[in-house]
Design a protein around this ligand. Sequence first.
Ligand SMILES: Nc1ncnc2c1ncn2[C@@H]1O[C@H](COP(=O)(O)OP(=O)(O)O)[C@@H](O)[C@H]1O
Ligand SMILES: [Mg+2]
Length: 324
Amino acid sequence: MKTVDTNSEWAVDASGLVKTFGENRAVDGVNLRVKAGTIYGVLGPNGAGKTTTIRMLATLLKADAGSARIFGYDIAKDPQIVRQLIGVTGQYASVDESLSATENLIIFSRLLGLSRKEARVKAEELLEEFGLTEAAKRPLKHFSGGMRRRLDLAASLIARPPLIFLDEPTTGLDPRTRNQMWDTIRKLVKSGSTVLLTTQYLQEADELADRVAVIDRGRVVAEGTVDELKQSVGSSSLHVSIQNADQIGAAKELVERILNVQAAVSAEGRKITVPLADADAVSDLLLALRKEGIQSAELSIQKPTLDEVFLTITGKGAKKEVES
Ligand SMILES: Nc1ncnc2c1ncn2[C@@H]1O[C@H](COP(=O)(O)OP(=O)(O)O)[C@@H](O)[C@H]1O
Ligand SMILES: [Mg+2]
């Protein structure tokens, strides 16, 4: 394999990517910039256009409009070079189920031009790295979902690509296996790889990603570090529980007047929730509640979760816990 210069600051630099399927603009002008050596999360619900975006970047699907460079190489003009620079998971399905994990990895390595000996060493290394050594001799058909996913990732790393696309690497995995996968992904980046992963899990983006693009209906609706996204939703929220349910109406009015915002009251009628822009106002509120003789049972301030960020940005999927 000839060496390709990967000294570009940007592992991915895409602008205005579009893909239409019939009437459906699956990807509707996506811009993405992924710094080399980082983990980048593309976060979005089912059908948002994540896989289609990855398939275009990986040269598996032609973009209708827009352009992208992978380590400076244009996906349309230099697809051959781009393919040498990337690994894509999710293509392992075609391998022989009756062969063992070792045998499968050796076949892949041989296909990539490694010698018999190199292929064996590589397979062993990867199985060790992915905690699959014990299962290595078992035929694939006896593998659990998590083991398959790890073997899939292992196979995509045989060529040590500098950029790895992981399309929903942990969807459907149990929490323990998910944690193992996260460790593996962190290790990859420590060893110098760049990872672009898609996920539906806000926690996953929170755990792994240096930066995140939130994608909804084919468009990037927010971009930044996880902290920036949380801040963009602005406020934390304040929750006040009232001891005497009869006073909830008066308490709500008071909260709204002092904090100058709309308050929501929980279904069981004891808890008031409001966005909190200014934490200093909490002491004013406490004083006012006491003055009015309203006993609060509990008071807490919550920082926004990534879930709330997502809901605020996309305005979708919110389970109404509170009603106005
Ligand atoms: N090959 C295809 N043919 C037609 N429609 C497709 C195809 N691939 C994806 N789509 C549609 O494009 C939209 C985005 O899909 P996809 O990129 O798979 O989303 P995600 O990976 O975020 O779940 C969906 O509405 C999906 O039904
Ligand atoms: Mg997908």
